[in-house]
Structures are given as structure tokens and as C-alpha cells.
Design a protein around this ligand. Structure first.
Ligand code: NAP
Length: 535
């Protein structure tokens, strides 16, 4: 069993008990009582002993010195005395944690720890080693040294992840461990090691309680681990999905997909996957995650700046690229088939068109001849403009940098998507269009009072459709202005939910069903494009 442990930095024992009670309510089954600060107070030993007795959950006791990333600044003798007192009451902690370096360095430390371990019902010894700067060069030697210590019951190794690939090394250590083990990567890139600790049979994973800052960078909250990342459902065969981007911290996708996995009783979890912008990082991470069979990595949502990188990667690996994704020049979905084949698709364009059609009652074929003003010429604009142009709409791209709008218009024309015009964003005041789509980030949280159009255009009125692809906030300033002018509104979450639902179908429906769904979607929303070819 892998425990869900809450780490509590103890200043005041009464407050620590309240924290532990809250941890229990939030799903923890173990607490780590970090005595670093308490141990520097008078009568710390008595306070630590009483704390362990009163703790509502089984405990680990730790007093981490500053030299190992903790806050304890006193001498070793006092530290060991406090730990010994904490373990001396009738109710013992389950584990006592001592740093490998302290244990190896000093016979006194080994003797003091030995006398704790020699008691009846003594706690187990966790020998631990941490590196807050990155992966230590002697990582494997440290693990071996802990494994070789006869009194060590649990090996704990933690280091700050340099990239997502470090998580795989943590999983490898867990798989080959000769003793029970905790292997965690710290920092944002280390989140998979915390969420998937249960998949790889670690002794425990640590989490924060509520708004508490926690005891290491990158610790999720208990609620996040339990409710968002499906802690209770994770097992050895759990499939892994994620959202690849840089940054990805703001993404709504983990909430959407994990909730869908729960609703549909699918044994899978979906994680944020931050990967730096360069193709080399994308490729190296994807290759290692895909090759790691026991990870069961089955697919990803791909967002800025990696949508073009996904196309290149799947092409290089001989996978299948949806033709419209190739025309758009960007893909947002990677699906890994059971035989290992890769598929890159774009679910943004159909989602944008469906959001407009559903909100307005216009049939997809009714878009032919409609005037569409697309604001922006980035990734979202590329998918939206290509999609509407493919439906026969008269698309004009308005962008701050007109050269980028021209390049996009030209590219859509060259790939057979129809004639698309390009204008400067300054010209938008004189624009006439039936459908307006904001594909710039202007108006997004936290700048929610900004708008890409300083004043609503005079041509706006009942019958004009205004679509803001921004979904945070839902009611953007642009949409508020459009509502005041009597326009029909389309919200960004209408697109988000549809593109996410299409991704979910691609991953979870049997290949034949998802191919049929995609074919129907292509017929409906992108006439004129060919079916995919398998390379
Ligand atoms: P992107 O590739 O970075 O493109 C941003 C575009 O906005 C560029 O054309 C840029 O103009 C323009 N822009 C940026 N700041 C501007 C400013 N201050 N004033 C005027 N124009 C500005 O980003 P993206 O991937 O296309 O995403 C754009 C927005 O679409 C995001 O904010 C996101 O909310 C939304 N989106 C929504 C969904 C959904 O499912 N609802 C999906 C994808 C994206 P330059 O070319 O001149 O730099």
C-alpha cells in the first residue's frame, strides 16, 4: 500500500494537531511531523512526545537540519534527544527519518538511532537523501548505501527534477528497489513522481494541507492529489495522459480530463507536462515517455508552443497526421494506439466551428459566404481561420503584425483552403463581418478589462455573432460590449469543452469508432479535405 502523507512543519503542537485532523479529513493516512522548528524551543522533547501521542494519524518524525534543506539550526545532540523523546511514548511513530549523510558520518548518530530502534514496537528507520539543486551525480551510490545499511527499513531519495525525464528515473529506482522505497522529484516537473508514486508501489507520496506552503517545492495539496489526480484510483495499470506546453500551470485540461475519466470509470490519469519550447526538449521527453512501457503513456493534449513540434515529431516517427492538422500546420492532440502507432490531430478547428454553429443555429454548410473577421494570427487564429475558410466563409485576418497575418492568409490559400485576406488590426474599426472571432489573448485574466477592439464597431448589432476564444474569464470585456450591442455571443469555454471532448474520444474510443467519429466530423466541418494516410 502506498500511503498519502501530509507534511506538517510544527511550530506550535496544538496547531499541528489541528493540521493533522484536517489532513485526515482531506484523505491523508499518515503525517510527517517536521520537528525542525519545535526542536529549537525549550522542552522540545516533551512537546514532541505529547504531539506523537495526540496525533490523530500514524506519524513519521523528522527533524531536518538546514544542511539537508530543513530548518533545524541546533546541535546534533539536541536533535537526536528530541527525536528519541518523540519515539519514547507508549504510542510510537511508524517511522523516524534520519539523513543518510548524518548516519554515515557519525558513530554517535548511529548509536542514538540504534537505541530508538531497539525499543519494543520501535519505529522503522527511513534513511533519506535530498538534493535541492538537481540530480546528484552520485544518486545511485546514495541509494545503494541506504540499501546496504542493515537497519534501514525504507530508502528515501528526493531531488529537484531538471525535466520530466527525471520522473522516469525515480520510477526505475522504485521498480528495481531491494527495500521499500520513496523516490520523489521536487519542483514543477516532478509532479508525475508524486502522483504516480502509487503506480510504482512507493511507500508514500507527500502532499500539502489546504493553503499550507508544504515542506518541498512542487508538493500538490491533498485535495489535488485525491480529487484532481485520482489518487484512490491509481494502480499499476493506470494509463497516463497529459497536457504538454510551456507554461501549463494555468491549463483547465487536467480538471476536464480527470473528471471525464472518473465519470466514465476509465483507469487513467491526466497530468500537466511542462516542456521547454525547443524541439529537442519536446522530442527527447516524448521519446522517453513513449518508450517507457510500464508508464502506459497513451496520449497528450499539446498546447503553445508545441503544436508545430507535435506534427514534426509524429511525421519523423512515421505516424499518422490528420490532413487538416497538416494544412493548419499545427496539431493539438497526440494519441498513442495500442500497437504503438502515433496519431496527430487538430480538434481546435472543428470545436470552434461547432461552438459557433451550436450557439447561433447556423448549419455548418450555412457558413459558406459568411464574412468572418479573425483577430490575431497565432495558433488559435490559424485553426479558426483555416476551419472557417474550409467551410467556404470569406475570412479576413486582422493582426497587430500585418506581415504575420499575410503569411497565414497565404499559407491557407496555398493549401487549398480558399481565399483569405489579411489586414492590420488597426483597420478593424472599418470592418464589416457577420462573425467576429477574438484569437488574441487580449482580455484574458488578469487583464480582464482590456479588449482588442477599443470601441465596438458601428456595424455590430442583432445578427452579428461575436466569439471570444478566451475562457478565463468567461464573460470577457469584448463579450460584454457585444452583449450591449445586441450581438449573439459565443463563449471560449464552448470551444474548449468541444476540443477537449474530441480529444477524449480520440484516446478512449476503440480505433474504429474514433476514426468513424473523426470522419463524420471532417465531412461535417471541413469539406474538401482528404482522409488521413498512414505513413
Ligand atoms: P499565440 O500563438 O501566442 O498568438 C497570439 C496572437 O495574439 C498573435 O497574433 C498576436 O499578435 C496577438 N496579440 C498578442 N498580444 C496582443 C496585443 N496586446 N494586442 C493585439 N494583438 C495581440 O496564442 P494562441 O495560441 O493563438 O492563443 C490566443 C488565445 O486563444 C489565448 O489567449 C487563448 O485564450 C485562446 N485559445 C482558446 C482556446 C479554446 O479552446 N477556447 C484554444 C486555444 C487558444 P502578433 O502576431 O502581432 O504578436
Amino acid at each position: 500500500m502506498t500511503h498519502l502523507a501530509a507534511a506538517i512543519m510544527v511550530d506550535d503542537p496544538a496547531a499541528a494537531i489541528t493540521q493533522a485532523e484536517r489532513a485526515k479529513r482531506e484523505g491523508a493516512d499518515l503525517v510527517e511531523l517536521r520537528l525542525d522548528r519545535l526542536a529549537m524551543q525549550p522542552q522540545a522533547g516533551d512537546a514532541a512526545r505529547r504531539l506523537v501521542q495526540a496525533c490523530p494519524l500514524p506519524s513519521i518524525v523528522t527533524c531536518r537540519p538546514e544542511w539537508e534543506g530543513g530548518e533545524y539550526l541546533g546541535d546534533e545532540e539536541n536533535r537526536l534527544a528530541v527525536l528519541s523523546a518523540a519515539c519514547g511514548g507508549p504510542r510510537r511513530p511508524v517511522y523516524v527519518d534520519i539523513e543518510l549523510a548524518a548516519y554515515q558520518r557519525s558513530a554517535e548518530v548511529r548509536a542514538a538511532v540504534g537505541s530508538i530502534l531497539d525499543q519494543t514496537d520501535a519505529p522503522g528507520l527511513i534513511l533519506s537523501s535530498h538534493d535541492f539543486t538537481g540530480r546528484p551525480a552520485d544518486l545511485l551510490r546514495r541509494v545503494e548505501a541506504m540499501a546496504d545499511e542493515p537497519r534501514c527499513r525504507v530508502i528515501k531519495i528526493a531531488w529537484t527534477a531538471r525535466s520530466l525525464r527525471d520522473n522516469l528515473e525515480a520510477f526505475d529506482l522504485l521498480r528495481s528497489a531491494v527495500k521499500p522505497m520513496i523516490a520523489l522529484c521536487m519542483g514543477e516537473a516532478g509532479l508525475p513522481s508524486r502522483v504516480l508514486a502509487k503506480k510504482f508501489r512507493a511507500v508514500l507520496s507527500f502532499a500539502r494541507i489546504g493553503d499550507d506552503p508544504g515542506t518541498a517545492v512542487g508538493q500538490p495539496t491533498l485535495r489535488e492529489l485525491r480529487d484532481l489526480y485520482r489518487w484512490n484510483e491509481i494502480g499499476r495499470d493506470t494509463s497516463v495522459y497529459g497536457v504538454v506546453g510551456w507554461p501549463v500551470g494555468h491549463s483547465r485540461s487536467p480538471a476536464y480530463h480527470n473528471a471525464r475519466f472518473t465519470d466514465e470509470h476509465i483507469n487513467a490519469v491526466y497530468l500537466p507536462m511542462p516542456i521547454p519550447p525547443e524541439y529537442e526538449h519536446f522530442k527527447a521527453t516524448m521519446l522517453t515517455w513513449l518508450d517507457w512501457e510500464s508508464l502506459h503513456f497513451r496520449g497528450a493534449s499539446v498546447t503553445i508552443p508545441h503544436k508545430e513540434n507535435l506534427l514534426r515529431f509524429v511525421e519523423e516517427r512515421g505516424g499518422t497526421i490528420e490532413p487538416l492538422a497538416a494544412s493548419i500546420g499545427a496539431a493539438n492532440t497526440l494519441a498513442v494506439r495500442s500497437y504503438g502507432g502515433l496519431e496527430a490531430s487538430n480538434t481546435d478547428y472543428a470545436a470552434a466551428i461547432a461552438a459557433v454553429c451550436d450557439a447561433t443555429g447556423i448549419l455548418p454548410e450555412g457558413l459558406a459566404g459568411k464574412g468572418v473577421a479573425v483577430l490575431g494570427a497565432g495558433g488559435a487564429a490559424r485553426a479558426v481561420a483555416t476551419g472557417f475558410a474550409a467551410m467556404g466563409a470569406r475570412v479576413t485576418i486582422y493582426n497587430r503584425s500585418v506581415a504575420r497575418a499575410e503569411a497565414l492568409a497565404e499559407q491557407i490559400g496555398e493549401t487549398g483552403g480558399g481565399r483569405v485576406r489579411a489586414r492590420s488590426l488597426e483597420d478593424v474599426e472599418r470592418a464589416q463581418a457577420d462573425i467576429w472571432v477574438n484569437c488574441t489573448p487580449v482580455g484574458m485574466h488578469p487583464d480582464a478589462d482590456t479588449t482588442p477592439l477599443p470601441d465596438p464597431p458601428p456595424s455590430w448589432g442583432p445578427g452579428t455573432v461575436v466569439f471570444d476564444t478566451i475562457y478565463n474569464p468567461r464573460e470577457t470585456r469584448l463579450l460584454r460590449d457585444a452583449a450591449a450591442a445586441g450581438c449573439t455571443l459565443v463563449h471560449g469555454d464552448e470551444m474548449f469543452d468541444r476540443q477537449a471532448a474530441a480529444q477524449f474520444d480520440l484516446w478512449t474510443r476503440p480505433l474504429a469508432v474514433s476514426s468513424r467519429l473523426r470522419k463524420e466530423q471532417r465531412r461535417k466541418y471541413a469539406v474538401g479535405f482528404q482522409e488521413p494516410r498512414t505513413k
